[in-house]
Design a protein around this ligand. Structure first.
Ligand code: PLP
Length: 463
């Protein structure tokens, strides 16, 4: 056993490690590698003192450990970073809901890193309309006569009620007084907008006559809210937007519908029943429709409001609009996303949310088999199982879509492997079901297969 004090003296100086080629070649910031070198050397020092280390590794080896540590820490410290979603929840609120299409992501990079035509008309050489292209696309896709975009759907509802129904009362069915994702509560929003909430009907049944008898001279709007994240089953009754629209017309009261998810293509084909389409809501007579940009629309976080010229221009003049308006990055992503919707087949191919929802169970099975075979070829252990994925993001509660997953056969505890995959440089997030760790292929991009194969094979090796 070498003398501890002798070994301690042999620990290299930080600067010497920093001169190694691995350090100068690595892509981590210098200050972060320096810190990592100090950490590695400190650990070595502690090890020697405790008697758990009895030699000094070579400079190169120390440098390599430091670069590895710095890379890992740098990745974690980046803040929001990419993960691989094996949960099968397509719109996973904790994992950022919708992923942008490649084209939309490119538009974002372009708008973010350069000057851009945000409010500039290059043909005329003068100031242009900030959201002109978005509004044109929305009108083409939904038939709306006017529209505007704000930061999210919560802001959209706040702006609508503040500009249309302030100081008045608003009718809402008791079955629609919802709370959605992290504190969007209809009664609180009402109070914030200076509206008196007038509850009509009961939790499970609300009829047209309930609305009609609640109307008085100070009723400024009728609001219908999609019950996005729960389902009332059994004996239920609610009033359609069509019926509400004719009631609204009769009494000259605007009818607002918060449809939540904002599907722009017919998602019923994917099994998502009961999801209102923006176009249909307008066609059925809603005066104002609002929805999120990053749920079934498959774009970025924003709130979209459609309606007639009169109401939309009132909203655009409201001070809250200036506070809620979206930035150049959002506008770039939204235009690029909406652009493909004119061709629904194309939208289904290129918008990840739609392609994940529309893929058939047979195709998913094939994909799962491909992933599983490769894991086994690399010495890992796994099998294909059928499972259920969900749309998530507060759309279609209770609905499950047939899917396939790769179930990892873990030597040790499932929890341990789950944790190790989660803590990979690019986290792989799976789902534990009946003590099995599943990677649902519906929400995994095929370009991530290679990374998953090598990571999983190493963790599930049988030998
Ligand atoms: C999701 C949802 C909201 C909130 O939308 P954000 O874009 O997250 O602000 C509001 N209303 C309904 C019905 C929803 O489903």
């Amino acid at each position: 056993m070498p003398d501890k004090n002798e070994l301690l003296k042999q620990i290299p100086h930080v600067d010497r490690v920093l001169q190694c080629e691995v350090v100068s070649d690595c892509e981590v910031y210098r200050h972060e590698v320096t810190e990592a070198v100090r950490d590695v050397l400190a650990e070595l020092r502690d090890g020697i003192k405790a008697g758990t280390a009895d030699f000094i590794p070579g400079l190169e080896e120390i440098a390599r450990s430091a670069v590895k540590l710095a890379t890992y820490k740098g990745n974690i410290n980046k803040g929001v970073r990419r993960v691989i979603n094996g949960t099968g929840v397509v719109l996973h609120s904790n994992l950022g809901r919708a992923c942008l299409s490649k084209a939309a992501a490119e538009s974002v990079v372009e708008a973010a890193s350069s000057y851009c035509t945000l409010e500039y008309d290059t043909l005329k050489g003068e100031r242009g309309n900030r959201t002109g292209s978005v509004e044109q696309y929305l009108s083409d896709i939904t038939g709306c006569s006017a529209s505007l975009v704000v930061n999210n759907n919560a802001a959209a509802v706040l702006l609508i009620l503040s500009s249309i129904a302030n100081d008045g009362n608003v009718l809402v069915s008791r079955g629609e007084l919802v709370e959605i994702g992290g504190g969007f509560r209809v009664p609180d929003i009402m109070a914030q907008c200076g509206c008196e909430l007038r509850e009509v009907g009961t939790t499970n049944k609300t009829r047209l006559s309930d609305y009609e008898s609640a109307i008085d001279s100070n009723t400024k709007a009728i609001l219908k809210v999609h019950s996005s994240n729960f389902k009332i089953v059994g004996f239920t009754e609610s009033v359609s937007i069509k019926e509400l629209a004719s009631l609204g017309k009769k009494h000259k009261i605007p009818v607002i519908e918060d449809i939540g998810s904002g599907a722009l293509v017919d998602v019923q084909r994917y099994g998502l029943k009961d999801e209102p389409l923006a176009k249909e809501s307008l066609r059925d007579g809603a005066d104002i429709v609002s929805f999120s940009g990053d749920k079934l629309l498959g774009g970025l976080q924003c709130g979209i409001i459609l309606g007639c010229e009169e109401y939309i221009s009132r909203m655009k003049k409201h001070p809250l609009y200036r506070a809620f308006r979206v930035d150049k990055i959002s506008i770039a992503a939204l235009s690029a996303t909406l652009r493909v919707y004119k061709d629904p087949r194309l939208a289904e191919r290129v918008i990840p949310v739609l392609s994940m929802l529309s893929i058939s169970a047979d195709d998913l099975k094939q994909r799962a088999e491909k992933l599983c075979d490769e894991i086994i070829k690399q010495g890992g252990a796994a099998e294909v199982v059928s499972t259920k994925s969900v749309a998530g993001g507060g759309s279609v509660p209770g609905l499950e879509l047939d899917s396939y997953a790769v179930a990892l056969i873990c030597k040790e505890s499932t929890d341990k492997v789950e944790g190790e995959l989660r803590n990979m440089p690019t986290s792989i997030i799976g789902r534990i079901e009946n003590d099995r760790l599943l990677l649902d292929v519906r929400t995994i991009f095929e370009e991530d297969f290679e990374y998953i194969i090598s990571s999983v094979a190493a963790l599930t090796k049988t030998k």
